[in-house]
Design a protein around this ligand. Structure first.
Ligand SMILES: Nc1ncnc2c1ncn2[C@@H]1O[C@H](COP(=O)(O)OP(=O)(O)O)[C@@H](O)[C@H]1O
Ligand SMILES: [Mg+2]
Length: 378
């Protein structure tokens, strides 16, 4: 299991990475350590302690009742305060193989794939939960956020099942559990998830007001041109700075349709212009993107001539939506932003777009919080 003093690991990691020591991060990792070790000790004692045996028997009888103990942790805080970094550090420090780590969207994908395989069984979701219980002691889900009613039923059932077991759940989110409910107040599964999180999870506020990503982003260029290997390397580097991961092509499901993206990690999206502003995309997709990502990198914008009016229109909608939601935008393009539109129909609208893009390049805009992420403050 977990053998190392995590405080030391944290301090060492700070030194190695030349990071800034952060009291909140330090406390968080210590709390996680405690939670995991306590639960581990409980596991060990269960073979020797009569009281524990009795408790187990009672629990067996009341099989569907959840014991009121801390079953996990819910880390929340402003983007860039180090949630993903901290849980990664914690995850790596666990020497046992009985651990699982998912980004929220890959978790949903994982569950959906399993459900497909188990089609025809009477309670496939319960089978999946039982398998999870068999294979893991601790399950990490990074960037927990429910924006879909179907997802809330899946996740609600899984959380409810895991609460009845010894599995520890570690969730991270940019918002307090109460804030998860901002759109779907009529959704009962979501209300139950929130209730369960508040009842059984240690809720850790990691807000520190600092977005450490900005350390890398001082005096950077947010509109890179022309399109050459330099521009590509730059976009790759920016994606890495913002998300902590390398670009990797994958499928993203937006409003029930798949699109191919160049990178999707840690609430950062990298996508080709032809995909995000191409045929089939619309404003609803952009609204949805704003609820998932705090930074979006759009690659390879060509000079938009008369034959690109539709793409240009979508690009305008995209910029408007990102601007309204304070989302960071980084672009690689064939030419500078003043000359990127050379069509006829949207000349007037483009002037406004250029001025927005100008503001989106400013230090203030870049450092201001994603509006949605800032909606719930405690
Ligand atoms: N104490 C720190 N000092 C400097 N950089 C940090 C610190 N903590 C995290 N970072 C870096 O800041 C960036 C954002 O952290 P991350 O964990 O992705 O934030 P979150 O998941 O809360 O949005 C990452 O590149 C991470 O390595
Ligand atoms: Mg994160």
């Amino acid at each position: 299991m977990q053998n190392f003093p995590l405080g030391l690991i944290y301090k060492k990691s700070i030194l190695i990475n030349q990071f800034v020591f952060n009291e909140v991060q330090y406390k968080t990792i210590s709390l996680l350590n405690e939670l995991y070790n306590n639960s581990f000790n409980n596991h060990q004692f269960k073979y020797y302690n009569l009281k524990k045996w009795l408790r187990l028997i009672i629990k067996y009888i009341k099989k569907n009742k959840i014991e009121i103990t801390t079953k996990g942790a819910y880390l929340w805080g402003n983007p860039g305060c180090g949630k993903t970094w901290i849980i990664n550090l914690f995850f790596q420090s666990i020497s046992s193989k009985r651990k699982m780590y998912f980004h929220f969207y890959s978790f949903i994908l994982f569950i959906r794939q399993k459900l497909k395989i188990l089609q025809g069984h009477s309670n496939p979701l319960l089978m999946i939960c039982n398998q999870l219980k068999k294979e893991t002691d601790i399950l990490f889900i990074d960037e927990f956020y429910i924006s879909d009613a179907n997802d809330s039923i899946l996740i609600g059932t899984i959380i409810n099942e895991l609460l009845k077991s010894k599995v520890i759940l570690i969730l991270t989110s940019n918002i307090h559990p109460e804030g998860l409910n901002h759109k779907y107040s009529e959704n009962n599964s979501l209300l139950l998830i929130i209730k369960n999180i508040k009842k059984y999870f240690k809720i850790i506020n990691m807000n520190c007001g600092i977005d450490y990503r900005n350390r890398y982003l001082k005096s950077i260029c947010l509109w890179k041109f022309p399109l050459n290997s330099d521009a590509y390397d730059y976009m790759e580097k920016m994606f890495y700075y913002l998300s902590g991961n390398k670009l990797k092509t994958s499928i993203l499901n937006i409003n029930y349709r798949d699109i191919i993206v160049l990178g999707n990690s840690n609430n950062v999206l990298s996508v080709d212009f032809n995909v995000i502003c191409g045929e089939g995309r619309n404003q609803h997709d952009y609204v949805r993107l704003c609820s998932i990502f705090h930074s979006i990198l759009v690659h390879n914008i060509p000079i938009m001539m008369y034959n690109h009016e539709n793409e240009a229109k979508r690009f305008l909608l995209l910029v408007d939506e990102l601007y309204a939601n304070n989302i960071r935008l980084i672009i690689s393009a064939e030419t500078d932003r003043f000359n990127i539109y050379q069509g006829k129909k949207l000349k007037f609208e483009y002037k406004r777009c250029v001025s927005r893009l100008e503001e989106m390049q400013s230090d203030n805009y870049f450092k201001s919080q994603h509006q949605y992420f800032a909606t719930y403050k405690k």
